[in-house]
Design a binder for this molecule. Structure first.
Ligand code: NIG
Ligand code: FE
Length: 421
């Protein structure tokens, strides 16, 4: 066989988790198949994977270029970088005061209805300069990278006016350009109703449909359009209108669905052909069936259920058994889930939703990549994909969610370059 040249070679992994061999997001028992190679190796060149397999095979087939990095992963797990498909990355301020209120019994949506919650972050984000938002975002991306996350989706939605929504999206693009973590852009003008539209909700929906979406699309600032669909926030009808308008402008639909009450968000996701429906704690049986039929990725956010002290989590087992592809995310945001610790989310998925470690790992890599339409680029270790790779200080993959709350990420390679470790 012709030798492949490589500038990165990782050898001897106790377990190399490739997640290879299938097209599309994984469902049912596919979520437990990690395409694991024992004594595995991987070679990359110019940021792309060129060979994956048994160490003996890969070493035989690869010629190292001058200056190539050679790394032993003996006794360790090697896997793709995590992908986080749902974050509210760009924001001003923090909400530890609200955390105290919630510990005293205040409810998340009541705080929002009283003008706090999301709206307090809106105020801080409107006041912040682009440079301030950029600095804050860079810090969060550093946390993500140390936690092993190579790609994050970032939503707007703390502006709720033309100027600030565009500012947030521009900052997300600057973050993508300046930080090793890749950022994927989502417009979430329909995150809450801005205070200046009190009593005029339909007018805000008209502003989103008639002005914000066309401008965001014309400036190429977002790839997805999302809506916080909830009885007391954006209704099903309003959400449908916004997502359809997004589609007309080339923005792919995503939806915050059935988080607090069951109101048909999952069914709407299927109707509009959403790329993902997220949260889903209260999803109906009909919603599960529709999502399975349409193969819409369910992005589950157990960190949010944990941090909001919910007495239930999303029904991950029922979703998996019904054939819905399940992904996991931090939901990183200053109110309902201020964390970037992706591995902790895996532990919560196992303990709170009874997902198996293998399923949680699939959900946080290849299925998460499909939840943001990046399944062809990241989320698995396959020839031609980005060399976004983790070496975990874990003897086997079950150990990753088991040793909880501890960052086991030893080395991160992003586009074939060592960026952590
Ligand atoms: O996904 N549900 C709405 N949006 C976020 C929370 C944002 C915030 O509280 O600032 C979420 O949980
Ligand atoms: Fe969210």
């Amino acid at each position: 066989m012709m030798q492949l040249s490589a500038d990165l070679l990782i050898t001897g992994a106790a377990q190399l988790l490739t997640f290879s061999g299938l097209d599309g997001p994984r469902t049912g028992s596919e979520m437990s198949n990690l395409s694991l190679v024992e004594d595995g190796a991987l070679a990359a060149r110019d940021g792309k994977i060129v060979a994956v397999g048994k160490t003996s095979e890969v070493v035989k087939n690869v010629a190292l270029l001058p200056g190539a990095q050679v790394v032993s992963a003996h006794g360790k797990v090697v896997m793709p970088c995590f992908v986080d498909p749902h974050t509210h990355l760009v924001c001003g301020g923090s909400r530890e005061g609200e955390f105290l209120l919630r510990l005293d019994g205040a409810e998340y949506l009541d705080i929002l209805a009283a003008g706090g919650g999301i709206l307090s972050t809106v105020k801080a984000t409107r006041q912040a300069s682009e440079a301030e938002l950029l600095q804050k975002g860079l810090k969060l991306l550093d946390h993500f990278l140390c936690a092993g996350v190579g790609t994050v989706e970032a939503k707007s939605g703390y502006g709720l006016d033309m100027e600030t929504e565009l500012k947030q999206l521009r900052v997300a693009h600057s973050l993508d350009n300046t930080h090793p973590v890749d950022v994927v852009h989502t417009f979430l003008g329909a995150h809450a109703f801005p205070p200046e539209f009190a009593g005029r909700r339909e007018e805000y929906v008209d502003l989103i449909v008639g002005e914000l979406i066309p401008k965001v699309a014309a400036e190429g600032l977002a790839e997805f359009c999302d809506v916080f669909c909830e009885n007391t926030v954006f209704t099903i009808e309003q959400s449908r209108k916004i997502l359809e308008a997004g589609k007309q402008h080339g923005l792919k639909p995503k939806i915050h669905a059935d988080e607090i009450v069951s109101c048909g968000g999952a069914e709407l996701a299927a109707e509009v052909g959403a790329v993902s429906a997220d949260h889903l704690l209260q999803i109906s049986n009909q919603g599960i069936k529709k999502m399975a039929e349409a193969k819409i990725v369910a992005v589950l956010l157990p960190g949010t259920a944990f941090f909001l002290m919910k007495d239930k989590f999303a029904p991950a087992r029922r979703l998996i058994e019904a054939g819905v592809p399940v992904a996991l995310s931090t939901d990183s945001n200053p109110g309902s889930s201020p964390t970037q610790a992706m591995a902790l989310i895996l532990s919560l998925a196992c303990l709170g939703m009874k997902m198996k470690p293998a399923e949680a790992l699939t959900a946080a890599t290849i299925n998460a990549a499909y939840a943001i339409d990046r399944g062809h680029l990241v989320g698995s270790l396959e020839v031609g994909k980005k060399a976004d790779i983790l070496i975990m200080d874990a003897p086997n993959y079950n150990y990753i969610p088991y040793h909880y709350g501890i960052n086991l990420v030893e080395t991160v390679f992003k586009n074939g370059k060592k960026v952590v470790g």
